[in-house]
Design a protein around this ligand. Structure first.
Ligand SMILES: C[S@@+](CC[C@H](N)C(=O)[O-])C[C@H]1O[C@@H](n2cnc3c(N)ncnc32)[C@H](O)[C@@H]1O
Length: 303
């Protein structure tokens, strides 16, 4: 796309006009930067010097059409831009997979902080979606063998494009299938597995904000009647799939902590613990397969 040059005065007048339709300046500026390719620094300088000339990749008419889709159809800003910044990554996103959420950055931090006596040799991300978590693990552990699984072929194709975008294509195998099923050749060898599975109880899906309910895939959201269907399946397979001393880390619904911890205990996993997101809500659970012959069962709460 060619650069379009326009005056700061014209852009700021357009911005004020568009904000009378609704939305926040923060959201509109986010769209101008990520979809219009307006440099954030240029936008900030306009508030000091309105006479500056700025460059954009889209015309104001195109930007207006996108902004109207956001306001009138609740299309997520990330879908309109086709991009989402997540940690240190800039990922392609779209309606085929969940937009990676900020709270899942904490799930990744928990995974990277797991205490271990040897380097991670093999890891997996179950329900990879856009690939955000898997790409970050591949960056963190370049020598380990990585596996990313998703039921959705379209989500997996998106994850593959994101791996290419981040120049990490060779560091992870992508598998289409259900949870552990494509990973059976490596059962007993996983040092770490994480998952942010669908966990919204089916009855609550209709109450979600339209931005989520109408634009993100139900396969990424719906966790069955009580929201725990996928988590039960993942926990049930963990003892067989994990290596001795290997860890499972899960993201879950904000009021499921106790039930997930119980499921982890009942599955015979050790060192069962939980973690909180940045607002202090407990949304993560972790547990490990005991080293053969070693009982280390104790419940821990971190963060
Ligand atoms: C909540 S999204 C998480 C996506 C991504 N990991 C993230 O954190 O942004 C859950 C993902 O699980 C996938 N999924 C749903 N059912 C699955 C199944 N039976 N087996 C594997 N993946 C599944 C969905 O397609 C979706 O990509």
């Amino acid at each position: 796309m060619p650069d379009l040059r326009l005056s700061g005065k014209e852009l700021l007048a357009w911005r004020s006009q568009e904000l009378t339709r609704g939305g926040t300046a923060q959201d509109l500026d986010w769209l101008l930067v990520l979809s219009g390719a307006l440099a954030l620094g240029d936008l900030q300088l306009l508030f000091i010097d309105r006479d500056r000339i700025v460059c954009m990749k889209r015309s104001l008419a195109e930007m207006q059409a996108l902004w109207k889709q956001y306001l009138e159809q609740n299309v997520p800003l990330q879908h309109l831009a086709g991009l989402c910044p997540w940690r240190d990554l800039m990922l392609e996103v779209g309606p085929v997979a969940l937009i990676p959420r900020q709270e899942s950055e904490v799930l990744l931090d928990l995974a990277l902080a797991i205490p271990r006596s040897a380097p991670i040799g093999r890891w997996a991300d179950l329900g990879t979606g856009s690939g955000a978590l898997a790409i970050s693990l591949a960056k963190a552990w370049p020598k380990a063998a990585g596996h990313a699984v998703d039921q959705s072929a379209q989500a997996l194709a998106l994850a593959e494009r994101n791996f290419r975008r981040c120049r990490l294509s060779r560091s992870c195998q992508l598998h289409q299938g259900s949870w552990w099923q494509p990973l059976s050749p490596w059962f007993g060898a996983f040092d770490l597995v994480l998952s942010n599975p669908p966990y919204i109880p089916s009855g609550l899906i209709n109450d979600l904000h339209p931005t989520v309910r109408d634009h993100e895939p139900r396969l990424a959201l719906d966790g069955g009647a009580d929201g725990l269907d996928c988590i039960r399946t993942i926990i049930a397979g963990a003892v067989q799939a994990l290596a001795p001393g290997g860890w499972l880390l899960l993201e879950h619904h904000h009021d499921h902590s106790q039930r997930v911890l119980t499921l982890l205990h009942e599955a015979g996993l050790s060192d069962v613990g939980s973690g909180a997101d940045l607002t202090g809500t407990v949304r993560f659970a972790k547990a490990c397969r005991a080293l053969d012959g070693v009982e280390t069962d104790q419940t821990q709460v971190s963060q």
